[in-house]
Design a protein around this ligand. Sequence first.
Ligand SMILES: *[C@@H]1O[C@H](CO)[C@@H](O)[C@H](O)[C@H]1NC(C)=O
Ligand SMILES: *[C@@H]1O[C@H](CO)[C@@H](O)[C@H](O)[C@H]1NC(C)=O
Ligand SMILES: *[C@@H]1O[C@H](CO)[C@@H](O)[C@H](O)[C@H]1NC(C)=O
Ligand SMILES: *[C@@H]1O[C@H](CO)[C@@H](O)[C@H](O)[C@H]1NC(C)=O
Ligand SMILES: *[C@@H]1O[C@H](CO)[C@@H](O)[C@H](O)[C@H]1NC(C)=O
Ligand SMILES: *[C@@H]1O[C@H](CO)[C@@H](O)[C@H](O)[C@H]1NC(C)=O
Ligand SMILES: *[C@@H]1O[C@H](CO)[C@@H](O)[C@H](O)[C@H]1NC(C)=O
Ligand SMILES: *[C@@H]1O[C@H](CO)[C@@H](O)[C@H](O)[C@H]1NC(C)=O
Ligand SMILES: *[C@@H]1O[C@H](CO)[C@@H](O)[C@H](O)[C@H]1NC(C)=O
Ligand SMILES: *[C@@H]1O[C@H](CO)[C@@H](O)[C@H](O)[C@H]1NC(C)=O
Ligand SMILES: CC(=O)N[C@H]1CO[C@H](CO)[C@@H](O)[C@@H]1O
Length: 749
Amino acid sequence: MVGISRSAAVAAASTLVIFGTPQIANAGTSSGDAVVVDGTSFALNGDNVSYRFHVDNSTGDLLSDHFGGSISGSLPPAAVPQVNGWVGMPGRVRREFPDQGRGDFRIPAVRIRQTAGYTVSDLQYQSHTVVQGKPDLPGLPATRGSEDDVTTLVVHLYDNYSSVAADLSYSIFPKYDAIVRSVNVTNRGEGNITIETLASLSVDLPFEDLDMISLSGDWARERRRERRRVEYGIQGFGSTTGFSSHLHNPFLTLVAPSTTESQGEAWGFSLVYTGSFAVNVEKGSQGFTRAMLGFNPEQLSWNLGPNESLTSPECVSIYSKEGIGGMSRSFHRLYRKHLIRSQFATSNRPPLLNSWEGLGFNFNESSMYKLAEESAALGAKLFVMDDGWFGNKYPRDDDDAGLGDWQPNRQKFPDGLDPLVSNVTELKAANTSTDLRFGIWIEPEMVDPNSTLYHEHPDWALHAGPYPRTLRRNQLVLNVALPEVQDFIINFVSNLLKSADITYIKWDHNRGVHELPSPSADHEYMLGMYRVFANLTSRFPDVLWEGCASGGGRFDPGVLQYFPQIWTSDDTDGLERISIQLGTSLVYPPSAMGAHISAVPNQQTGRTTPIEFRGHVAMMGGGFGLELNPEELDEHDKAALPGLINLAEKINPIILNGDMWRLSLPEDSNWPAVLFISEDGSQAVLFYFQVRANINRATPWVRLQGLDAQATYNVDGVGTYSGATLMNMGLQFPLDGDYGSKVVFLEKQ
Ligand SMILES: *[C@@H]1O[C@H](CO)[C@@H](O)[C@H](O)[C@H]1NC(C)=O
Ligand SMILES: *[C@@H]1O[C@H](CO)[C@@H](O)[C@H](O)[C@H]1NC(C)=O
Ligand SMILES: *[C@@H]1O[C@H](CO)[C@@H](O)[C@H](O)[C@H]1NC(C)=O
Ligand SMILES: *[C@@H]1O[C@H](CO)[C@@H](O)[C@H](O)[C@H]1NC(C)=O
Ligand SMILES: *[C@@H]1O[C@H](CO)[C@@H](O)[C@H](O)[C@H]1NC(C)=O
Ligand SMILES: *[C@@H]1O[C@H](CO)[C@@H](O)[C@H](O)[C@H]1NC(C)=O
Ligand SMILES: *[C@@H]1O[C@H](CO)[C@@H](O)[C@H](O)[C@H]1NC(C)=O
Ligand SMILES: *[C@@H]1O[C@H](CO)[C@@H](O)[C@H](O)[C@H]1NC(C)=O
Ligand SMILES: *[C@@H]1O[C@H](CO)[C@@H](O)[C@H](O)[C@H]1NC(C)=O
Ligand SMILES: *[C@@H]1O[C@H](CO)[C@@H](O)[C@H](O)[C@H]1NC(C)=O
Ligand SMILES: CC(=O)N[C@H]1CO[C@H](CO)[C@@H](O)[C@@H]1O
């Protein structure tokens, strides 16, 4: 066997030495050299990243050369692998779109069951195209930019044996060091094929030690940062819940073992998708680390008839050598400017009060109005009527009836919603001339068996033939893949919005899917759901849409495309929220987080924290509000609310547009701290917390980051200091007792 492998190695020798020509321009900053092609060698250049790969001319395979800091010109020769009896050449090189069955024993990015039944494929380079800008992905959420923002390289691959084509699309946003990849597979044969595995992005990093960071949790404990060593073998996570879920987030970071928040290399990967997904990291026998994000193969089995295509969601990858924090800030900027389409992405959000904690299901027009009055008196600018307002034959007076019957309950609203909404929107937020806005809660993708909708259309609920339809929270999930279900949702939400002056929607979603009619039903559902989201948000652009899924069960870039904010977690305990929000901020901008003050003792944890602490934590999120009944508050807490609302509104523009610097983490320190710096650098706001009382010990210094060392800053209530002093020496804030907190303004002089 040795003889054969030897010759394969020799054949490869000439192809692994590449990039010999001087045409490859220096990695640059103008969009002109964002994509440089030399023959069949490709370079994607960002301000501080280079991504390079080439075609192996002897096999047509795409081989990776570099993904990291900027490089330029020709590349040094890469050592030629030795092939012996087992791992073939494809298993010994770094590949862009790995298949299985021809000697690469690592996890594949694509597996296709061909018409004849086998799952071997051999996708070879055919041609490529470069386009300025970035084409939309039909039916899928995607980052978007002008010709100045982004350039796209499409590499066309073809399997001559099975007549399958695959287009790999690479878009580079140079300013963000972001490379976005998706794959489009087309069946050019005569028979049907099945796509069993399809990863949006697969990348092989060189032989070196790496750590991986992921966000995992569960209901009320979302997106906790986990860091572990990448070991030999596969380590992965994903979702089979039908949705991105609380359990794992479609996000991965690889870092050097020495990388910290503020230093070292980090590669972040974020899948722009809301359905089930898979993230895999495999350190193969050769020591390379393969990272892969895409569809979950458990829920794909996608049939392609002749000439049909399947387009994967896109995966955004961002490289930073300024640590995990640098990576996060690039994601935040990219997502604010090129992902979230709402006009509210960066515009001030009205502080809100939600009726749920105050009234639950037990209300009528006048009690709802009374709560709105109290909200306005506290300074809220948006009042949200939560669950319980709909259903007649099956009134929604409890959580076991009514979902699907989206008509106002006649007992509670004899003349529909308009009389209440009209009255509420005439109220003024305290001491202002701002009209109170009215918002409403809906859960459109769900149905209760106790509903007229279910009795009329039992077939609309997701189910697998004769298997029992498992209830969760007494409800079933509608099959949003069905066009008639999509139209039903579009129509009722449109009619609701037209029936009264409603300018905010909380779109809830309270269970995962169980019985699917087929594995591919999950992606079909997603395509239907995105059609509904796109339709409604484009027709009602003045509505502020907030996503929610039992708290943060669908906090992903797919939802963010349409809804500029998402309820971060049902856990509103101030201390838990620091971890949840800072975990979420690893990839998602603070502008996207809904964060509210709730009453104490906290419903989830039983913990009692000061209202200032809860308020300060909540105002680190873009969508600030109250989740409480003002009548039940004690004097101190009630008196504190107007001031907290005021402060939240004052700093909201910096939270929405600014850069976030996580100065110290709750998992590492008793004094978590976060600095937000406005886009132009002229203002900043520091959040400083003390979890447990500091007893008979010196006060620690908090060192700021990201300031202009040469400039001077006025630190509110403290004094005026140079950026260098604030960053290299820091500030001290002695705080009393448990759960201390401080919010401090900085103004550049
Ligand atoms: C591979 O083939 C392409 C197209 O024929 C050519 O431009 C390129 O130089 C070749 N690369 C190597 C390394 O031979
Ligand atoms: C996928 O490829 C097919 C066939 O070439 C093409 O018609 C379709 O537009 C492509 N889709 C995307 C998103 O590029
Ligand atoms: C593709 O296959 C056909 C026959 O199956 C063969 O004639 C042709 O040369 C092949 N083309 C390539 C590029 O391998
Ligand atoms: C082949 O694919 C077509 C188009 O998707 C579909 O209508 C047909 O049912 C499939 N046939 C089989 C045998 O799966
Ligand atoms: C697929 O498309 C090709 C080229 O557009 C066309 O010639 C062929 O008839 C199509 N095949 C089927 C089964 O529709
Ligand atoms: C509305 O509810 C409040 C509080 O439960 C009650 O006092 C009032 O009588 C109710 N009004 C009507 C019209 O039912
Ligand atoms: C409104 O102004 C009055 C008088 O200045 C003040 O006492 C009250 O706290 C203010 N209310 C709010 C909600 O800011
Ligand atoms: C339907 O409503 C009845 C009456 O409230 C309740 O007893 C029953 O549990 C509900 N069924 C489901 C499936 O929730
Ligand atoms: C709205 O306000 C009017 C005038 O004050 C009042 O008569 C009516 O009962 C109110 N309706 C509701 C639903 O609050
Ligand atoms: C939205 O969906 C409705 C109902 O299916 C359709 O009539 C309308 O054309 C769609 N509008 C947009 C903008 O997609
Ligand atoms: C960390 C780093 O290398 N930053 C550089 C990124 O690119 C810009 C523009 O080319 C430079 O100004 C930065 O110094």
